[in-house]
Every structure is written in C-alpha cells, then in structure tokens.
Design a protein around this ligand. Structure first.
Ligand SMILES: [Zn+2]
Ligand SMILES: [Zn+2]
Length: 431
C-alpha cells in the first residue's frame, strides 16, 4: 500500500462511519457480532451487555432508522496529553444524528417489551491525531482479533505477533469509542409525515363516524349524498382536529421531556461548572465532555460485568444485587458534584450521575430514570489521558504495553499493575 492510499484510508468520513456503526449495532443484537467500527473498550462493554442478557434469558432486537445528516458537536485534539511536549496521538470528536429507535426484548421466544421512540444518537469517534503515516505506525494498538498489543505498523505489515492477523489502516481508524441516546422532542425530517398521518387518521375517523351517524339519524337523503356529506364533514373537521391533536401530542412530549430535563438539572445543580472548576485546578486541559464519557463507560462496565472485583478500575465493596437486573445503561445528560476533596495526594470526588436504565425488574422490563452515587479517586498529579484504555496500559516500571483486563502483572517484568496510579479508580456505585 502506498503512502497516499494509507492516508486516504485513514481520513474519516463520519457520516459513513455513523451509518456503519448503527447497522453493526443492529446486527450485534441479532448475532452477537461486535461492531468492527467500535474500539476495543466499546466492544468489551457490548460483550458484557450481551452476556448479561444471556444470563437473564433474554434476547434483544433493535431497529435504527436515521434522519438527516450526522453533525459534529466538538473535537478534542492534542493539548490533553499526559506530557505537554508530547504530541497527542489520538483525537476524539463528538457527533450526533436523529434516529427512530425500536427496541424489543424476547424471553423464551415471547416478546416481553417493545418501545419505539425518537432520539438523537451521540457518538464519540476516536482517530489518530496525526496524519503522518510514520508517526501513526509507531503507536500501540490493541489487536482487534486477539486483544494483544503491538505497533500499528506491525498489524499492517508483518501481522499481529500473537495471532498473525493483518489489518488495513481503515480497519484501525477511526473507531467509535462511546455512544448513547438522548430523547428528542421531534425529528424535523419526520415532522411533516407525522403531521400528515395524524391529520389523515383523524379525517378517516371523523368521516366514518359522521357516516355512521347519518345512516341512523338522516333517513331522508340517499346513500350517495350521505357519503359526500361524511367525506366533506370529515375532511373539514378532521383536518382541524387532527392538526390540534398533533400539536397537543408535541406539546405533551415537550412538557414531559422538560419535566425530565428539569429533574436532571435540579439534581445536578450546575454540576458541569463545578466539576470543571474543581478538576481543572489539577489539569488545566481538563475537559468535561471527555470526563462524562469516562464516567459513563466506567459505570457501564462495572455494573454490567459479572464479577466487579475482576474489573481493574473498581476498588469498592460488592455491588447492590439489584444491579444484576440491569440490561442497558444509557446516559440521561447530567452529572452533579456532591463532594470533592484532596487527601494524601489523591483527588476524591463524589458524583451524582443521571442515567436512563433498562432494568429486568420484578414486574417485567422497565425503563428507569435514576440518579446513582458514584465515588471515584485519582492521583492529584493528574493529567487527563484521552488515550487511556484499560486494554492498552503501560507498565509503571518498564513501560511495556499490555492488556490489564487480561493480565494483572506486566508480562515483561512481572510488576503488579496498579490501576489507581494510572487512571480513575471507582470506589463506590450506589442507588
Ligand atoms: Zn492479534
Ligand atoms: Zn513491566
């Protein structure tokens, strides 16, 4: 492959990526095949979600219909790296698109839950920050086939040293590293056709009722005239009533979403500004968007894993058994700061995170808007590391890279991996 071809493959087309990821997400529900466009940590999370469903005897189906274009909301590049002179090797950006999502769960071949609704789907996409082939080639990467760690150049040229798989640059970058759904009031592209459906539906109902009424009440006019009267009356009254009903429906939804939004914003009490102010004292490059994605992915994998004590980033006591009922964890758009302090060189934060969870409850599957208390800590000598992945850590003693989900000790020098030195350590998750 020539240098230019390599670059072309690397340059991202987000809308294509969006479509591909959503299709792969649908396919994942059907077959369990993890999205190739997802990065290693997202694939790990999806794997946990799939195992949780199996354990509870459930299967899931999803239909995702997109509307309009995928739009970019933010891009975080460089400046956020551990070492100020080191050039960031990865960049993350956030994108969203309107979707109509239909989700259903089955148990023993019986549908037990179905929900269809409109959302914005938010995707965080990670790619190489540099466009120079030479510097991308020297980056560490988790082999998409076996999870082993090697240089990108090796994966492209001689193949993975552990499993022998070869990859094209386009198979390595860009990757989706996080996603969640936000309920939207209405999808602009669907507005007209939705309105027509409501008006059309109301016209038919009114015309039919009017016709039935005429059949009984008006015995003098002929059948043809009755039909004509019913059609005219239906079209006139139905159009007005249908439009009013449609507006009522939109207002009702707007009101419900506003109540929810208010609940989240009251519960987080300017959490974003407080978290930003507190944590940027330690790292001027601190970024809230990055942080919320981090908290979400930590909470998701700790709750959905079978045995949280095996999760290197969790150092708390056994979780509330209720969490074993959780099927899917979705961000509800807010994090509040309950408490923050620095003790013995460690930053400790107590957060309230709002989540919209799908739970296999006593009375069947339900969606719950919940506030969870999450306590986390980090070394005060703290720099946010957008490249951090628990599956590609570097040994604190010899610097070699390895997968901390698979190995508790560095395979090269034997030093025990200490997650509390490298990244956020979660010490409590409670309801
Ligand atoms: Zn491999
Ligand atoms: Zn080592």
């Amino acid at each position: 492959m020539g240098e230019n071809e390599g670059l072309k493959a690397y340059i991202s087309d987000y809308s294509e990526m969006f479509t591909e990821f959503l299709q792969e997400l649908e396919a994942w529900c059907e077959s369990g095949k993890e999205p190739a466009t997802g990065d290693q940590d997202l694939r790990h999370y999806l794997d946990l979600e799939e195992k949780r469903l199996k354990k509870r005897g459930l299967s899931m189906k999803a239909r995702l219909k997109t509307f309009g274009d995928a739009l970019q909301t933010s891009k975080l590049v460089s400046a956020m790296s551990r070492d100020p002179f080191h050039i960031a090797r990865y960049s993350r950006s956030q994108h969203y698109q309107s979707v109509e999502k239909t989700i259903s769960y089955e148990r023993n071949g019986q549908e037990v839950y179905r929900k269809k609704d409109d959302y914005d789907v938010i995707l965080t996409i990670m790619e190489a920050a540099s466009e120079e082939q030479a510097s991308i080639g020297g980056m560490d990467y988790v082999c998409p086939a076996c999870g082993g760690i090697s240089k990108i150049r090796a994966l492209q040229e001689e193949g993975c040293p552990y499993c022998g798989s070869h990859f094209l640059m386009s198979e390595l970058f860009p990757k989706v590293s996080n996603y969640w759904f936000n309920k939207s009031v209405s999808i602009p592209e669907k507005f007209d056709s939705d309105m027509k459906k409501w008006i059309g539906g109301t016209i038919s109902v009114v015309a039919l009722s009017f016709f039935i009424y005429l059949m009984f009440a008006d015995r003098r006019t002929g059948l043809g005239l009755k039909i004509l009267k019913a059609l005219l009356g239906g079209a006139f009254a139905g159009a007005i009533w249908g439009y009013m009903l449609f507006c009522g429906k939109i207002l009702f939804r707007l009101g419900r979403l506003a109540v929810r939004g208010t609940k989240v914003s009251l519960g987080t009490k300017k959490g974003k500004a407080k978290i930003d102010r507190f944590l940027s004292q330690f790292d001027p490059a601190f970024n809230y968007e990055y942080f919320q994605g981090k908290v979400l992915s930590l909470v998701r994998s700790i709750i959905l894993t079978d045995d949280p004590s095996n999760q290197p980033q969790y150092g708390g006591k056994a979780l509330d058994p209720e969490f074993e009922r959780y099927l899917h964890i979705n961000y509800a758009g807010g994090i509040g700061l309950d408490h923050a302090q620095v003790k013995n060189g460690r930053i400790m934060v107590s957060l309230d995170i709002f989540l919209l969870n799908t739970v296999d409850g006593e009375r069947g599957i339900e969606e719950r808007l919940e506030r969870l208390r999450v306590k986390m800590e980090h070394l005060a000598a703290f720099r946010i590391d957008p490249e951090f992945s628990i599956q590609r850590v570097s040994c604190q003693s010899c610097g070699s890279s390895f997968n901390a989900l698979k190995e508790k000790h560095c395979p090269y020098c034997g030093t025990a991996y200490q997650p509390e030195e490298a990244d956020w350590l979660v010490t409590e998750i409670s309801r």
